[in-house]
Design a binder for this molecule. Sequence first.
Ligand code: HEM
Length: 485
Amino acid sequence: MIVFILITVCVVLYYIKFRYFRKHLYELSDSLPGVGYLPILGHIHWVIGGPEKIYKNIQRLGELIEGTGGISKIWIGPSLYVVISNPEDVQKLLETSLEKDSSYRFLRTWLGNGLFVAPLNLWKRQRRALVPIFANRVIEDYIEVFHNEAVTLVKQLDENLGKPEFDVFKHITSCTLDISFETAMGEKMDLQHTADSAYLHARNCVMSIINMRIFKPWMQPDAIFKLTPYSKTQEENIYLTRKFTEEVIAKRRIMHQNGIYKEGRKDLLELLLREDETKFNNKELREHLDAITIAGNDTTALTISYTLLLLGMHQREQELVYKELHEIFGDSKRTTTKEDLYKMEYLERVIKETMRLYTVTPIIARETKSEVKLSSCTLPPGVACIVPLFLIHRSKKLWGPDSESFNPDRFLPENSIDRHPCAYIPFSHGLRNCIGKKYGMLVMKCVLGNVLRNYKVTAKACDRLKMEILLIPVSGHLIKLEKRT
Ligand code: HEM
């Protein structure tokens, strides 16, 4: 009996202390509108179920929140998230709060302190060192690689001619990974010709485990996760994904130490080593290259695949893209140049509209480090905030009653003048935005340009989506191809 009383007293005291130290969060929560939550559990029932159900729930929750003026709250068990969707407040948050929220810690197991997940104290120095290697004059040098891999992709796609429907994503992702590895490390992975690569398998496995932890709150405590078989599987597969990068870095470091430098086009690793041999050790270099190849690959591959789906559903717009490509290339099969890519203005609008309707990074999150004054409240330091990019991009308030329909001309300069800078942020906003956005746009235009010069695409509507770290179609990116003559 005494033991029971002692335990009860301890629990009560712990709870009082817990509430006391989080007083600022409860006060903030009381000042914010919230919808659809249960006592104690909060909104946990909205994020239970498979990824498709979670997508639908979050979409529905977003609609409800939109009626609350663009700032609301979500409680997932004991964790409070302030949800911000009003562009003025999104701008304030993203320009002042550069620290990522603790939910990114699951990615940190894989990416270490690489730029994407780096804590703020390390991030500043890293970003300064990496910005020059994403300058236009550097990435434009890679267009030849983009083109050659796109030509291989077009040949691979030939195998699908005459098939009723096939999932184009696996072809696109192999192509973009080959591009990523060659431009980042100067190494040819040739995944386009290796269907069952151990690297791809390991990468997908790690992704799906991290994804599961983000969306299953009961798998989040390390103590519980380590008891599950997923922990060992994750460790083994992370080792496999790192092995390749580590070997390339070690080889290149030895070459440099022996005064042997890579001739010709310089990959990102070469640029980082040449800048200052001692700036980054091998582990840091690996984390940077992994962060770049991982953050930059699926985002680009998914956007290319969604663009093909949308053009497959919208033949008029596809013909306009084809006409533009024909004006640039005529009937020639020549290599794509930088000038060609800058002339693809209509295709760029199509890609932008695709990123609006299918925002592959649907949600980003930050943690405030200092007070942030928003339009209707002030956030104290230490508050987790969510910016639901996919809801902002489909908001009727911001995009009009036809916000769900595909219209690339929304991005004509004259139609974009009055748009708030944070009404459209597929690459995020502020100093911690996407470092690879120009690189990504050139890859997407080059790959799509090559595919659409060669094939006519058809596709059925894609309404069923699922929420993972990225936004994925439930049935894959199913398209049908016909050769252009
Ligand atoms: C369609 C293509 C892409 C999209 C939609 C996209 C989107 C984004 C978004 C939304 C963020 C911010 C994430 C957050 O705050 O949680 C981000 C960050 C980042 N992206 Fe991209 N990205 C794309 C392509 C690329 C490419 C091609 C690369 C590299 C080659 C890249 C590398 C990165 C890195 C390293 C960061 C972290 C930046 C930092 O924290 O300073 N991304 N991206």
